[in-house]
Design a protein. Structure first.
Length: 356
């Protein structure tokens, strides 16, 4: 069961590893259209605050609840009102689905800024609220860099995993598979974009000004606007670092974002132009058969807001042990008591230490 589903990146990642999505929800019509086109008709396009999971008989039971509740109010790029923002409190709707369905486990995704929002009270409140849901859950947040899990993009996100106490399943976050801490090298932007020109869906070249093309010719691959000489007539002072950033073919991409004005699209390593949406989707690890619906701007937003499917494969595989019964039960109540004596920062560090 999926909440705050967007176009379905998290759902696709779990489906790839054998999970069967039975119900999904999002408010954005273009994202729902994409999901319906590529993943199925089980998505409900409606405001989640108007859905009561306790009384709505059309919502099926589920052993796993997943979702990326809105992250804008926790982002480190923009001003962060955190839980006080209009979107920050929507995690409670995610909590209500857990309370109503009592799944064996849940997975929530959010931006890195969640860990420090509201002077670190946001993540503390969310974890404590989720742990308190009857019949009781043990909750383990961890900061992931999806490049370490096979995504050709440096993208840091918080994954909050909860396991129902009576299962006795001692969940541990999976160790990295790629990069210096994994067995395989990072997947690079060059690898990701190989042959992409053969794909027609969502692969339109963006219109851009001649001035932008000229600026990009002054920027080497892997560079950004700061590479333009300060005495050059096209130099612009005071921009943030991801503006006019070009990919480097031998490295993962920097974080793909959902929206923004001039200079924020991400730019090709070889050609002086913005990335197409299909190229952005490749960097987010979406397969080419996954077709996005909506305008160019709507598709960009869907891709930038999505969870990279391949980034959660290792996590989904780890949770499969719970659902297959392939584990030795432990006393989660004892472990929970130890965790509750720690700060959230200590718990995040512990999750990093005990990865296996």
């Amino acid at each position: 069961m999926s909440t705050f589903t967007g176009c379905g990146g998290l759902d696709l990642g779990f489906r790839d590893m054998g999970f069967d999505p039975v119900w999904a929800n999002d408010l954005d019509e273009s994202a729902c259209s994409t999901y319906q086109h590529s993943l199925g008709d089980h998505i409900v396009c409606e405001d989640i605050t108007k859905i009561d999971p306790f009384t709505d008989q059309s919502i099926p039971p589920a052993d796993l609840v997943i979702g990326g509740f809105p992250c804008q109010d926790f982002s480190i790029i923009w001003k962060r009102p955190g839980l006080d923002g209009a979107r920050g409190g929507l995690y409670r709707n995610f909590r209500d689905f857990i309370a109503a369905k009592r799944p064996k486990a849940f997975v929530a995704e959010n931006v890195k800024g969640l860990l420090t929002a509201n002077n670190k009270l946001a993540i503390k409140t969310i974890v404590e609220d989720l742990e308190a849901v009857s019949p009781g859950y043990i909750v383990k947040p961890r900061l992931y860099n999806f490049a370490e899990y096979g995504v050709p993009q440096f993208r840091e996100r918080v994954l909050i995993v909860g396991v129902r106490m009576d299962t006795g399943f001692d969940f541990r976050h999976p160790k990295p598979t790629h990069g210096p801490r994994g067995r395989m090298p990072y997947k690079t932007a060059g690898e990701a974009l190989r042959g992409v020109e053969k794909i027609s869906a969502n692969n339109e070249i963006m219109r851009q000004r001649e001035k932008t093309r000229q600026m990009l010719t002054e920027i080497p691959e892997g560079g950004n606007y700061t590479n333009i000489p300060k005495d050059h007539p096209l130099y612009v002072k005071g921009l943030i670092s991801h503006v006019y950033r070009r990919l480097h073919r031998d490295e993962p991409s920097r974080t793909i974002i959902a929206a923004g004005g001039g200079g924020t699209w991400g730019y090709h390593f070889e050609y002086p132009r913005a990335l197409t949406n299909r190229e952005r989707a490749r960097l987010q690890s979406f397969p080419d058969w996954f077709q996005f619906q909506g305008s160019t701007t709507e598709v960009r937003r869907q891709i930038g807001n999505a969870v990279p499917p391949e980034g959660v494969h290792a996590l989904a595989k780890r949770l499969q042990l719970l659902f297959k019964g392939d584990y030795e039960p432990v006393d989660l109540h004892a472990i929970s008591k130890q965790l509750k004596g720690m700060s959230i920062a200590e718990r995040v560090k512990l999750a990093e230490v005990e990865i296996d």
